[in-house]
Design a protein around this ligand. Structure first.
Ligand code: GRF
Length: 206
């Protein structure tokens, strides 16, 4: 039985495309929904062009009420019944109520070598620090922002003339290789950290 995957995006969705394109007929998972909180997200058309169901859930009408937004997000996801959720450039912070419901089943990709540079502007921060290398990480989503167990990382050398843009472009190439590998491993039940988090959630349901 293939695992069902929902992908959450906010933008162009290049990581989403790499995930969708990795899920061929023999893959242990298949995409069931791509959802964006941004109605204009370029990734929506790319998903639709690949025959994947899409949805928009604009966060703006919810104002500061994160709980209400997350309840609506959860309800829409439940309709699609995913086993796995991949955050792929999804630019909303998720809070406890939501995260606990998908604990051990939700991945995120972050453009830094975590635990370095959580949050935004990761490439500039790596350059400002004079780092010799940068990279990207796929991690399981827990309550700590960009802080859950790391599943896989890829490294990129920082070159003398790099700007945040040139570095981001090289890291993004690695992201597109890394995220499909991590999704496959989760779908195949090969991630002990995911199994532990799932077990914890089953023992102590939200
Ligand atoms: C990527 O760098 C990802 O690591 C970060 O946001 C960016 C999204 O790019 N979380 P895309 O929408 O996948 O092209």
């Amino acid at each position: 039985m293939q695992q069902r995957v929902a992908i959450l995006i906010s933008g162009g969705g290049s990581n989403m495309v790499s995930l969708l394109d990795s899920m061929d007929a023999s893959h242990p998972a298949r995409p069931v929904l791509v959802l964006s909180n941004e109605p204009q997200a370029g990734g929506l058309a790319k998903a639709a062009a690949r025959g994947v169901e899409t949805a928009v859930l604009d966060h703006r009408p919810f104002g500061r009420d994160r709980a209400a937004f997350e309840a609506a997000l959860h309800a829409r996801l439940v309709q699609a019944a995913p086993d796995i959720i991949c955050l792929a450039g999804f630019m909303r912070i998720l809070t406890e109520g939501f995260v606990r419901k998908w604990q051990g089943r939700m991945l995120n990709i972050h453009p830094s070598l975590l635990p370095k540079y959580k949050g935004l502007h990761t490439h500039q921060r790596a350059l400002d620090a004079g780092d010799a290398e940068a990279g990207c990480s796929v991690h399981l989503v827990t309550l700590e922002l960009d802080g859950g167990p790391i599943v896989e990382q890829a490294r990129v050398a920082i070159l003398p003339n790099d700007t945040a843009e040139t570095l981001a472009a090289r890291v993004l190439i690695e992201e597109h290789r890394l995220y499909p590998r991590a999704l496959r491993a989760l779908a195949m039940g090969q991630l002990p950290a995911a199994i532990a988090l799932q077990q914890q959630a089953a023992d102590d349901p939200a």
